[in-house]
Design a protein around this ligand. Structure first.
Ligand code: AHG
Ligand code: MN
Ligand code: MN
Length: 339
């Protein structure tokens, strides 16, 4: 092999190779977390293949059911939820799971062994966009179990984000990307559909400064508090602001909005409002995993008062206001809210 060819082949780093390489840096690693990340990457490939054929396979639209949040369950929500469960339930790596689509925790079937990790997930985020061919995603958080043996319990589920051992998301967009962190920075992989592998394309992602975007559903501005409106004016370069206006971008899929801001710099916020006193987004499987990723990329996530990672959850489907992105923009939001 010529030197040039050798250099080129060395550049191809699959997700498998990357996770293994990272694991070798930590002698305490057992490999079980590594395998769990592969399982999730496989689930991502499966969901990507289904979402890209959704119109053809007649799996658009809703199931006719509503979930515990009172939201319409789309056929793809259910398919993604089932895929993640089916690909991981039997592996012996998990003690328990929890998903947006299940009111209670999801036990590991008795016929399979229980493991040391806990998986929380939003199987399909942004599902109101599914029927319109707009990017959606999957979000996941992994904790070590707190209980020592037997089936996992709610005590294993209700852990603050600080104790997370890994988190990530998958974007089903123009291309499919898998972005994850095990607490040693953030790396992004793009699915090469020809070979069916996630390849490292975005090593060591850091949220850039200066930021370019703010992302919020301004359709609800009349429901916001005066401090959130004042913060929005500040982002727009109005009033006390000492910078040019940021551009506004809002897709309505948290994963997609967050991912863009991770690469371009920006803040996403879904504040508390008159109709959603606790905000809309769920702490355990939406806000906390993305907060973990944001901090690992040099950013921050807050509910307006405290870091999202420091919140002790009380309920599985607990909601939280969320401000997430560049540290400078999130601390500014806290200042507006606490004044
Ligand atoms: P999900 O599809 O998992 O229920 O999440 C939807 C969330 C989030 O992805 C998005 O940012 C937000 O809801 C959009 O809400 P609005 O339509 O109220 O802006
Ligand atoms: Mn969601
Ligand atoms: Mn969802």
């Amino acid at each position: 092999m010529g030197q040039n060819q050798q250099q080129q082949s060395q550049k191809i780093i699959t997700i498998e190779r990357h996770v293994l390489q990272t694991q070798r840096l930590y002698p305490e690693a057992t490999g079980r977390l590594t395998n769990l990340l592969y399982d999730l990457a496989l689930a991502g490939k499966y969901i990507a293949s289904k979402t890209s054929r959704a119109g053809l396979a007649q799996i658009l639209g809703h199931t006719g059911q509503t979930n515990v949040q009172g939201e319409k369950v789309m056929k793809l929500d259910q398919l993604a939820d089932q895929a993640i469960f089916d690909l991981i339930d039997h592996t012996g790596r998990l003690a328990v799971m929890a998903s947006e689509e299940h009111e209670n925790l999801i036990p590991i079937p008795e016929k399979y062994p229980c493991g040391e990790y806990v998986l929380l997930f939003d199987p399909l985020d942004g599902s109101s966009n599914i029927d319109y061919n707009v990017s959606v995603g999957t979000i996941f958080a992994i904790h070590r179990r707190k209980t020592s043996q037997g089936p996992g319990t709610m005590a294993d589920i209700l852990q603050p984000g600080r104790t997370m051992v890994a988190a990530g998301y998958i974007v089903y967009g123009a291309s499919t990307m898998f972005v994850y962190s095990t607490g040693h920075g953030v790396d992004g992989f793009t699915l090469d559909p020809d070979i069916g592998e996630f390849l490292l394309t975005h090593p060591n992602i850091r949220i850039p400064e200066p930021p370019q975007y703010y992302s919020a559903n301004q359709g609800y501005q009349s429901l916001w508090s005066p401090s959130v409106v004042a913060y929005t004016h500040w982002l727009q370069g109005i009033g006390s602001s000492n910078h040019d206006a940021l551009s506004q971008r809002y897709v309505g899929s948290l994963v997609t909005d967050f991912h863009r801001n991770m690469l371009a710099g920006g803040v996403y916020y879904y504040p508390a409002d008159i109709e959603h006193p606790q905000g809309k987004l769920r702490l355990l499987y939406e806000a906390a995993p993305l907060a973990f990723i944001a901090e690992q990329a040099g950013g921050l996530a807050s509910n307006g008062h405290d870091s999202i990672l420091d919140i002790q959850p009380e309920k599985l489907h607990q909601r939280t206001p969320l401000f997430i992105g560049n540290r400078s923009l999130v601390t500014k939001a806290e200042k507006f809210i606490n004044n």
